[in-house]
Design a protein around this ligand. Structure first.
Ligand code: LLP
Length: 426
């Protein structure tokens, strides 16, 4: 199968194995619905990303893991050990990162529509604040905040993303005005204001959208980098500011579907540093979320019923869009594998959740190997924006999470991991 990968997802005796454990056994042992994460895969993804950038880099590379993609505490801790920095978007994320031991100066807080209260919560910490509105700057002044800042700017051209809801640059996306950042043409004004208010400006930031994969899409992103670099040079010449960093945001996509390619990481890295030659900074920052965790996470669900309705096979499972909202919210494709019968005879089915909504569909008219009640289905590439976007809709419980790390499994039952514990898998 196109998704097989040694030591991560394998087929043995027609069953699915995740990180060398039978998915069916994991489901029995820990119960379903459950997110299963392979820690080694997360580390591999991170290392591949960092090492490839470093190979072309002429300066420090900072990888700020975008924890909104998945804030599982175990994964955050292993990423911290590998040297990751953090992209946080809420006071809650900032506090979680600090509690887990991330150094304050390695956290960049990029909020949106921030309140006084949000800012007050982060005021005690020496994190950097990535300002995306004048209002934010003025609130920081009112609160007498002394944090170093950067500006999130809009390059003035269209961003890139898998769905209009994840395009974050340009004037509009699909007819919807975009809310993020300060337009590049206003940056001089914003900088003057910040200087007058006494802020120390350390960087410029952009994040133009999420999940771009094809070379042409990378090219669109690179155009925005050129604009950012040009502006950074002007900032230096006009204001004499030597920027500590340029932050190029996140967005690198992953292969969700057979007919897609892997992200062209070498192309991305080599081109970025070619463009950056024109500007001196201490560091360049990146904020990948999906690329690090998406393919490391699998949502295991149990088939609760199979019924035939007007000739359609309806496969009901014990989960729904409360646990993985991406198919419903963005029409996103997730490969679904029958763990009990991976390579069996195929049939066309509709895989639906247990919520009381017609739209609660994981996959419509999808070919999958024959399914029976009680089978375990694996929804692949669910490690990013899966659990972190889950809800308690219909008063259903949140899904469970388990991280497989070699011979140990780390179980985390609550979002803030109050009752975490290890169990031996051997
Ligand atoms: N930096 C900023 C400022 C962001 O807003 C985001 C994502 C990232 C970095 C990380 O982007 P990534 O590398 O993961 O593409 N829920 C959607 C994705 C929303 C992304 C929001 N911002 C989805 O499931 O596709």
């Amino acid at each position: 199968m196109w998704w097989e990968s040694k030591g991560h997802l394998e087929i043995k005796n027609n069953e699915l194995y995740i990180a060398n454990y039978s998915a069916v056994d994991l489901a029995k042992r820990f119960g379903t619905p459950i997110y299963v994460y392979n820690a080694r895969r997360v580390i591999d993804n991170y290392q591949r990303f960092y090492n490839t950038l470093k190979k072309y880099a002429d300066r420090e590379v900072r990888v700020h893991y975008s924890m909104k993609a998945n804030s599982n505490t175990y994964l955050l801790k292993i990423l911290k050990e590998k040297g990751c920095w953090i992209d946080a978007v809420s006071p809650e994320e900032v506090l979680l990162a600090i509690n887990l031991g991330f150094e304050e100066n390695k956290i960049l807080f990029t909020g949106s529509s921030l309140s006084h209260d949000d800012l007050l919560q982060v005021k005690p910490f020496k994190i950097r604040i990535n300002v995306d509105s004048y209002s934010c700057l003025l609130k920081m002044k009112e609160l007498d905040m002394k944090n170093e800042i950067s500006f999130r700017i809009d390059p003035g051209i269209k961003g890139v993303g898998h769905n209009w809801k994840t395009i974050t640059a340009g004037i509009e996306a699909h007819g919807h005005p975009i809310k993020f950042s300060i337009p590049i043409e206003e940056l001089d004004f914003a900088i003057r204001l910040a200087i007058d208010l006494g802020f120390d400006i350390k960087g410029l930031h952009e994040h133009v959208g999420s999940n771009w994969l094809r070379k042409e899409e990378v090219d669109e992103f690179l155009e925005t980098v050129k604009i950012l670099v040009k502006k950074a040079k002007e900032v230096k010449s006009k204001f004499g500011i030597n920027l500590d960093f340029l932050d190029l945001g996140g967005g690198p996509g992953i292969r969700y579907k057979e007919d897609q390619n892997e992200f062209p990481l070498e192309y991305y890295a080599s081109n970025i540093f070619e463009i950056l030659k024109d500007i001196e900074t201490n560091a360049v920052s990146f904020e990948p979320g999906r690329y690090i965790v998406a393919d490391a996470g699998i949502l295991l669900v149990k088939v609760t019923e199979v019924k035939i309705r007007y000739g359609h096979i309806i496969v009901g499972v014990n989960s729904g869009f409360n646990h993985l909202i991406r198919p419903v919210l963005y029409n996103s494709y997730h490969e679904i594998v029958n763990c009990n019968n991976v390579e069996g005879e195929m049939e066309e089915v509709n895989i639906v959740g247990n919520l009381c909504e017609t739209g609660d569909i994981f996959a419509a008219k999808r070919k999958i190997s024959k399914v029976r009640e009680g089978d375990i289905l694996a929804i692949l590439c669910a490690g990013a924006y899966g659990y972190s976007m889950s809800s308690r809709y219909n008063s259903r419980a949140l899904p469970k999470e388990v991280v497989l790390d070699g011979e140990r499994a780390y179980v985390c039952k609550e979002f803030y991991a109050k009752n975490e514990f290890y169990v031996s898998l051997t």
